[in-house]
Design a binder for this molecule. Structure first.
Ligand code: AMP
Length: 285
């Protein structure tokens, strides 16, 4: 598996594959890969002839007070995980690992802003976060020209931003969303889980519990957002040390709050466990 470092190399690889009739799948990541990322890579391999996995900790999606500097960087282990996830496939798959200067050349001042949606959910508490996300994903899509790009439902607000951007910019890539991969006890896998102490790891389970509480209430026929949000809030009640950032029922396309759930509504939570901000969600059926 080749490791590419420049946009020119990635574009050349992609076009080369295309001349031999291959379809291209792109899996954008920030590294510190886990089984959630592996599921995206396997999904890409299952539906595309060639796979590119990008590994790039994108500085523009972090605020100055956030964890950019200490974000886990585990490049060798990441390459081993990509290799293992693609073990059943034949052909020239690649890891794309650019430098910051490669994706943001000196003087770079062009950003992609998805207005409105970009300021909701995580965008409300992390101003300019989604501007950074949309910008880097646009750069990756323009460089790799993939047929499909694979994203996790884990970051459901991010999915809404990317879908809107791809539609607005008339990009040719199909966006594929993969289910949330969880630990056996329900905690959604996240590269940031390594920040948690063992006490915090136990407290963090309240996010998935809150999601399940709302889900089962919805399954019993409750549609009102207030009731579903209240059910989730109750799960947090016995954990005073956790700080809820948001608990919301929204339209998954616009991220606007809805008063009543319909099939496809996004129920999402974000909370601080110590100094670590975690998110979780479910799509109500
Ligand atoms: P990240 O490296 O955190 O930027 O994530 C890269 C991609 O992996 C994003 O599309 C995430 O939504 C996805 N992802 C992260 N965690 C999970 C998970 N637990 N299950 C499924 N996909 C995930």
């Amino acid at each position: 598996m080749e490791i590419l470092h420049t946009v020119a190399e990635l574009r050349h690889w992609s076009r080369q594959q295309r001349t031999t009739g291959q379809t291209i799948g792109l899996v954008p990541t920030m590294g510190a890969l886990h089984a959630g990322h592996a599921s995206l890579i396997r999904a890409a391999a299952a539906s595309c002839g060639r796979v590119a996995v990008s590994i790039f900790v994108n500085p523009t999606q972090f605020a100055p007070n956030e964890d950019y500097a200490r974000y886990p960087r585990t490049f060798e282990a990441d390459c081993a995980l990509v290799q293992a996830a693609l073990a059943q496939t034949k052909g020239a798959n690649v890891v794309f690992a650019p430098s910051v200067e490669e994706l943001y050349p000196a003087g770079a001042s062009t950003f992609v802003e998805v207005e409105g949606i970009g300021d909701r959910l995580d965008g409300a508490s992390r101003p300019r976060h989604f501007r950074g996300v949309a910008t880097v994903v646009a750069k990756l899509l323009i460089a790799a020209e993939p047929d499909r790009a694979f994203f996790g439902q884990k970051d459901a607000a991010q999915v809404a931003i990317i879908r809107r951007m791809v539609s607005d910019l008339r990009l040719a890539t199909e966006i594929v969303v993969c289910p949330i991969v969880r630990d056996a006890d329900g905690l959604a896998l996240s590269s940031r889980n390594v920040y948690l102490s063992s006490d915090e790891r136990a407290q963090a389970l309240v996010l998935s519990r809150a999601i399940r509480q709302a889900e089962s209430l919805a399954a019993s026929g409750e549609r009102r957002a207030n009731a579903l949000i209240e059910a989730a809030r109750e799960a947090f009640a016995s954990f005073q040390e956790l700080r809820v950032d948001y608990i919301e029922l929204v339209d998954w396309a616009t991220l606007e709050p809805v008063e009543n759930a319909v099939s496809g509504s996004l129920f999402a939570v974000a909370a601080w466990v110590g100094t670590t901000r975690l998110i979780d969600n479910t799509i109500l059926r």
